[in-house]
Design a protein around this ligand. Structure first.
Ligand SMILES: Cc1cc2nc3c(=O)[nH]c(=O)nc-3n(C[C@H](O)[C@H](O)[C@H](O)COP(=O)(O)OP(=O)(O)OC[C@H]3O[C@@H](n4cnc5c(N)ncnc54)[C@H](O)[C@@H]3O)c2cc1C
Length: 492
């Protein structure tokens, strides 16, 4: 999203709480983290806000459930602290002391390899080794696979500026085995995507830079690791990253719902309407009219904080071209099953935060976390909480299955993977249908077109996870930027 200098200034002033726009009425549609963050920003800037949420739950896919002494996450369980927007918002809301990181001492995970769980090798950065030593040591590639991966150092550089899928990039530089055994499972948990369709430009542009500038991803990462090692001698952090850098992942002591709950609490009474699905939207001169089952609401500005397909549905009568453009962003469903076991029911050592499952293993789950190991305060001593992540673009039918079926599938898979004895003490399954945006090849062009078309409608902001990043910090940054632009328009 383009942000003008005036909008930036306004945002800075607004953050400093010393600027208010006259009482303009802004309707925010969607009560996920995107909508709540936008409503909060607008309210802080002095706008009158009405947030309309179709369900009786605030937070969208974010949901923390307490069962006895256990804390379960039905959606995301953490966010990456290196993207500042979520940390800044949490601190602004006075939640800084509530933030916790992954437990030290267990910052490692597993990957399924020919039916057995192997420790994810250290010295890899997502799809690439950071050194030849790390590559030689990894137990999850065959020798031909390792040699092919090492040849990346000598592969020619692609200069074509056209977008490419992650699968094509990895196959071209590292070989087929690296794609199946490393890249696919590493990115599946983040994007729940088909790597053959996932846009490299939209998701991992840094790898394109590494190829172009250093001629090799391994070379670039080796250089980066040496730089970090140098920093470590002077107090910096050396990356022994085994895939993701687990030290970056944070959550709240009281679970992920802490953030949407605090945002909702910060909004004026009566400004949130739950169980209110917006069914239609139209422009009325300078303002907007939106229709719910119960009433028609007038607003000076609108924020659509929905999956792109839902925003498309609402804009059908306003702009057919924009509707079509939004409809081109595809979504996939995901399911999460939380189990509570006695620790003694699980045979596996549980000395890590969880595991990723490559699609070539033919299982019906994407990943699982040992939630009670990953973060403190998730279960009492002697109890284990295990969270299973399923569905996505490669396994769409699982997200469509009933909660009972999802529980059975997840339990069956866990029995084979970690050795579960007996029945769980509790299980909670749920789907997020059509909630995970799929950034397919050409995504950046599609988003640019949407932005261009949307610019023709002043006082309309379209946000959500379909555009500039799927992570929670991305959604918050997107909401901040869009509301700054909107305030600029409303103040003009
Ligand atoms: C299972 C899962 C795990 C994830 N794990 C992580 C993670 O660990 N870390 C991370 O950073 N990100 C994670 N993500 C991604 C991240 O959580 C999401 O991208 C983000 O929360 C999306 O927020 P949102 O507000 O844009 O959309 P949503 O959360 O989808 O909210 C949209 C809201 O709009 C409402 N709505 C829809 N239509 C209407 C209508 N017509 N009228 C009114 N309301 C409507 C919906 O009910 C919903 O509440 C995960 C996502 C999922 C699904």
């Amino acid at each position: 999203m383009e942000v003008t200098a005036a909008a930036r200034l306004r945002f800075a002033l607004q953050a400093a709480c010393c600027y208010t726009v006259p009482m303009k009425h802004v309707a925010i549609i969607g009560g996920g983290i995107s909508g709540l963050a936008a409503a909060y920003r607008l309210h802080k800037a002095g706008a009158r806000v009405t947030l309309l949420e179709a369900t009786d739950h605030l937070g969208g896919v974010i949901g923390t459930v307490r069962h006895g002494d256990c804390l379960l996450e039905t959606g995301p369980d953490c966010w990456a602290s290196n993207k500042p927007a979520a940390m800044e918002l949490a601190n602004e809301l006075g939640l800084g002391d509530e933030i916790i990181g992954t437990r030290a001492g267990v910052r490692r995970s597993f990957i399924l390899h020919h039916g057995s769980l192997k420790r994810l090798p250290e010295g890899f950065f997502l799809i690439s080794p950071m050194s030849i030593k790390a590559l030689i040591k990894t137990p999850i590639l065959s020798w031909p696979g390792k040699i092919r991966m090492a040849l990346e150092l000598f592969k020619g550089v692609r200069r074509d500026d056209a977008d490419e899928s992650l699968a094509s990039f990895v196959r071209r530089r590292f070989g087929k085995e690296a794609l199946a055994r490393i890249a696919q499972p590493m990115i599946a948990g983040i994007y729940t995507a088909d790597p053959e369709k996932l846009s490299l430009k939209a998701t991992f542009p840094a790898f394109i830079e590494m190829e172009r500038k250093q001629g090799s991803v391994i070379k670039a990462l080796r250089k980066r690791a040496k730089g970090e090692a140098g920093k470590a001698k002077t107090g910096g952090e050396v990356s022994k990253a085994a895939g993701p850098r687990y030290g970056l992942f944070v959550t709240f002591k009281g679970g992920m719902s802490t953030l949407p709950d605090a945002l909702a609490d910060a909004l004026p009474e009566g400004s949130i309407r739950k169980n209110t699905r917006v069914a239609g939207l139209k422009r009325e001169g300078e303002s907007w009219q939106l229709v719910t089952d119960a009433e028609t609401i007038n607003a000076d500005a609108i924020v659509l904080a929905l999956p792109a397909h839902a925003s498309a549905g609402l804009l059908r009568d306003t702009d057919a071209e924009l509707t079509d453009a939004l409809g081109e962003i595809e979504y996939a469903g995901a399911a999460v099953v939380n189990f509570i076991f006695d620790r003694s029911q699980i045979v596996h050592s549980m000395d890590g935060i969880g595991a990723v499952i490559p699609a070539v293993e033919g299982r019906r789950i994407i990943a699982f976390s040992y939630s009670s190991v990953k973060f403190e305060g998730r279960a009492p001593e002697g109890t284990a909480v295990v969270r299973v992540f399923m569905g996505g673009a490669l396994n769409p039918e699982v997200a469509q299955a009933s909660p009972d079926e999802q529980t059975q599938i997840a339990l069956e898979e866990l029995r084979g993977l970690i050795g579960v004895k007996g029945e769980p003490k509790f299980a909670l399954a749920g789907s997020h249908k059509g909630a995970m945006a799929q950034y397919h090849v050409g995504h950046l062009e599609r988003v640019a077109k949407i932005r261009e078309l949307a610019r023709q409608h002043t006082t309309l902001a379209i946000i959500g996870n379909g555009f500039d990043g799927v992570g929670i910090p991305d959604c918050i940054r997107n909401a901040n930027e869009a509301t700054a632009t909107l305030l600029d328009q409303l103040g003009a």
